[in-house]
Design a protein around this ligand. Sequence first.
Ligand SMILES: Nc1ncnc2c1ncn2[C@@H]1O[C@H](COP(=O)(O)OP(=O)(O)OP(=O)(O)O)[C@@H](O)[C@H]1O
Ligand SMILES: O=P(O)(O)OC[C@H]1O[C@](O)(CO)[C@@H](O)[C@@H]1O
Length: 304
Amino acid sequence: MNAAIRAVIRTAIFNNINIVGIKQGYEGLINGEIEEMNLSSVADIIHRGGTILRSSRSEEFMTEEGFKRALNVIKVFGINGIIVLGGDGSFKGARKLANAGVPTMGIPCTIDNDMGYTDYTIGFFTAVETAAEAIGKIRDTSTSHGRANIIEVMGRNSGDIALYSGISGGAESIIVPEIKFNIDEVIKRAIRGRNRGKLHHIIVLAEGVGNPYDLAEDIKEGSDIDTRVTILGHVQRGGTPTSFDRIMASEMGRRAVELLLEGKSGRALGIKCNKVMDLDIIEALDIEKKFNEEMYETAKILSI
Ligand SMILES: Nc1ncnc2c1ncn2[C@@H]1O[C@H](COP(=O)(O)OP(=O)(O)OP(=O)(O)O)[C@@H](O)[C@H]1O
Ligand SMILES: O=P(O)(O)OC[C@H]1O[C@](O)(CO)[C@@H](O)[C@@H]1O
């Protein structure tokens, strides 16, 4: 996210526009936590994880009263345009602001990659990299002990982190919310692997599909293979961003400012076939995220 903040601020300054940073997302907007930004405000952050502006989940912004307060702060601070960095929840807020007459742009920043209108969201590949690295490390101990290891990754309702990190990490099974899973098939794979001399066994589980500890019990019972669980958790939300994330963030950040300068509002930035694009934020939110079943099939074929 920092790379996107840097791109927005530098592009604004390049175009001689005064720019402020709103701290803590919509919560900070309501409370007037707003700071003047300059070239140095974003120095030395392109390679840092997290966000210098910090983040929050704001219940208040979703109330009529809270939203009115936000509009008032926008007026008081003389803000003529807002660039929202976040996932679909943040975009719903951005759409509301645009409908209320505040020129608004949305840049997709979420590790979940759960926004249907864009191929990728900023942060996703960094989370995948972290998960894949963890899988590699767990695979070493899986081999040493001859165990099965379940690694639960994040993604809310999206299985993309599980799918991409599972393929990168050579997982034997990948369990995602989009595809109904069959425990017998998972057990069969574990037994098949063991019978042909495989020492490790990696199962990547997307959060929310099921309890990883129950799954471990079932695998142990069905295959007689000792099975351990690792829940990766928030480690996936930090760390040095990948170059691809930084590049997407830089391109989208620049474009978001330029679109505002062109007088546009209510647009969602995204990436399609390696090109930065934008479309109406209402349309963007209506596009359903499609799970990449072909890629899932690849994972199944390769882990035979
Ligand atoms: N329907 C809505 N209308 C107005 N504002 C909303 C709406 N949904 C969410 N928001 C605002 O956007 C904020 C961020 O949304 P949310 O917590 O869902 O995260 P997100 O943007 O989807 O990103 P993440 O991927 O981190 O979950 C919420 O805390 C809330 O203030
Ligand atoms: O950090 P919190 O508020 O518990 O939210 C966790 C959720 O946020 C995400 O990390 C990003 O949306 C999801 O993958 C996860 O389900």
